[in-house]
Design a protein around this ligand. Structure first.
Ligand SMILES: [Fe+2]
Length: 97
């Protein structure tokens, strides 16, 4: 799944940045703290339902559709918090150099 690969690539780059030391390393650690929790949540409740959209777009009911209903309920409940997490990530990315 492309989004999961993107997460893995971002994670790998962030790990490298945390090892840079100094202000870059500190900033990368701050970003990693807020981003990791968010990525885990996205992979638990967001990506599985998104993976069924192409089937739904063809007017077919995807196998496993019932399994994602608790995920979409949780996503609906947690969406405001997840959007706040986006703001936290952006804030953590703003570092005076
Ligand atoms: Fe997100």
């Amino acid at each position: 799944m492309p989004l999961k690969l993107e997460h893995q690539e971002l994670h790998a780059n962030l790990v490298k940045a945390t090892k840079a030391g100094g202000r870059v390393g500190d900033a990368a650690k701050a970003v990693a703290r807020v981003l990791h929790v968010h990525f885990v949540k996205e992979e638990q409740v967001t990506l599985p339902p998104l993976g069924l959209l192409s089937t739904l777009a063809r007017h077919q009911v995807a196998r496993g559709i019932k399994k994602v209903l608790p995920m979409t309920d949780r996503l609906k409940a947690e969406l405001p918090k997840m959007l706040e997490e986006h703001e936290s990530v952006v804030t953590a990315l703003k570092v005076d150099m």
